[in-house]
Ligand binder design. Sequence first.
Ligand code: FES
Length: 71
Amino acid sequence: MYVCLCHGVTDGQIREAIYEGCCSYREVRAQTGVATQCGKCACVAKKVVRETLSDMHAAQSIPFTASFKPA
Ligand code: FES
């Protein structure tokens, strides 16, 4: 869906920017141009960034397993 109508930025493009290395809303904004004109999309753009970063962190975290066996 379109997040930013001023620059035609979609939620997919925001996610893509994060997958390609952006790790903050500020970096996504600099790369995509989202929220750099009227600013009305800032709230939704921040939400997409936050959700994508937390999804990535959740996917990267190593689940605790009960493989540790005390001697
Ligand atoms: S809708 Fe994104 S800057 Fe205007």
